[in-house]
Unconditional design. Sequence first.
Length: 360
Amino acid sequence: MVESMLKRTIEWKENKVIIIDQRKLPDRFELLTCTTYEEIIDAIQNMAIRGAPAIGIAGAYGMALAAISIKTTDKSLFMNKLKEVKKELANSRPTAINLFWALDEVWRLIVDIDESINNIKERIISKVESLAEQDIRTNYLIGENGLNFFEDGDSILTHCNAGSLATVFYGTALGVIRSVYEKKKNIKIFVDETRPVLQGARLTAWELSESKIPHTLICDSMAGFLMYQRKINKVIVGADRIAANGDIANKIGTYSLSVLAKTHNIPFYVAAPISTFDIKMKNGNSIPIEERNPREITHFSGKMIAPNNSMVYNPAFDITPHENISAIITEKGAIKPPYGKSISSLIQNMKRTGEKIAKP
Ligand code: MRU
């Protein structure tokens, strides 16, 4: 039996960060080794690693790489340099809040600590390792909490890749699909290709193939007709940021799917960890939307498919308003409308029990 290539997306080994290079999939399975924080920034910007939780963990590993490379014995110089690195890492991609969350988690641990530079370096590494482990546990919990929303016979559409590759392992929205498949088996899974970078076709379909989970790939433009034909009866996606009122930012095309789902009376679910909530954002309108290189649209596999003097607009994400979302599935349980109320009571509960929430 051929062993599955699907392994941890990102790993710390002998002071190096090893990443599955997602630009090469599904053609080739290659690992990318990063030894500096600048290489991590490059990997995030070029999408060798992508997906909100994975970007967060990559950024935090970037802090660890930077920390071990700073050779000074002057503690305030060490902290100042690290603070600069944190800023640079935070500037690598703007939309997924998980990046800033993970960097803050590391920073909060060391900012007021009265210990030697060597101890601080060790603490950073073990903190990032524990954030990575926590991400995997969180995804399994999201998977379990999603089970109640699905039943035998469901035909589920997912968008982009909110799978193992978008996290350290297992995935959020695709994690729910995995756990439903494991328990109920008799479901149909539709994956849309997700233009322009094709995270659905290249990554989600690859993951499912590696896990031997049957699935059907469709073009983005086919989703509406399949809903009309009742060939799709549920949609589940991930999120890059969730505002206090339940509006979400996710891969471009998510909004259109939510409108189609509403029109066809189909439940539209979002699966995401609590670290994706940004309660400082009142609604989705203030979430920064990344604009990416026009080449992603004018070229396909390195080949030009549009005149190079055409104007191009390439927002990488869109906002789905909370009214279009049936439930948000987290590791703490599912949140239902009215989201303003349910999100704030979840956060209050977490504060009461001393648990940390997305942005301090
Ligand atoms: O541009 P990407 O590939 O980083 O976008 C990824 C998505 O939009 C995912 O759906 C989102 O990050 C959730 S991943 C668990």
